[in-house]
Design a protein around this ligand. Structure first.
Ligand code: SF4
Ligand code: SF4
Length: 100
C-alpha cells in the first residue's frame, strides 16, 4: 500500500486482477464469483466490503499500488462520484468497526 495524496489518480482498468489474485488464502482459481469469460463479478450488488473498497484502504489513507488502475483516470480528489462512493464506504466501515 502507498499513501493516497492529492496527486493520486485511479480508474479501474477492469483487468480482473483483484478477483483472480487477491482471493482468500488457499484459493487457487480466484474468486468463485468471478466470471472470467465476461470479466466481471457475478454478485456485484452483494459483493463483500473488501471488494467494494479495493484498492483503497478502509480509512482511505492508502491505495494498493499493485492495482493497475493506479495512475489512470481523474485525480481522486477531483472525482466527485468516486469520492461520494468512497465516503459512503468509509462510513459503513466505521459503523461496522464500532460495533465490534
Ligand atoms: S486490480 Fe484494480 S484495475 Fe484491476 S479490476 Fe481490480 S480494481 Fe480494477
Ligand atoms: S466477490 Fe466479486 S468483486 Fe469480489 S473478488 Fe469475487 S468476483 Fe471479485
Amino acid at each position: 500500500m502507498i499513501p493516497l495524496t492529492k496527486d493520486t489518480r485511479w480508474e479501474c482498468q477492469r483487468c480482473g486482477r483483484c478477483c483472480i489474485e487477491l482471493t482468500p488464502p488457499g484459493s487457487k482459481l480466484g474468486c468463485p464469483d468471478y466470471d472470467s469469460v465476461m470479466n466481471r463479478c457475478q454478485i456485484h450488488d452483494k459483493k463483500p466490503f473488501s471488494c467494494r473498497i479495493y484498492p483503497f484502504s478502509p480509512y482511505l489513507k492508502e491505495i494498493d499500488e499493485e492495482c493497475p488502475g493506479v495512475g489512470h483516470g481523474l485525480l481522486i480528489e477531483e472525482n466527485k462520484l468516486l469520492n461520494k462512493e468512497l465516503r459512503k464506504l468509509a462510513a459503513v466501515f466505521r459503523r461496522k468497526t464500532r460495533r465490534l
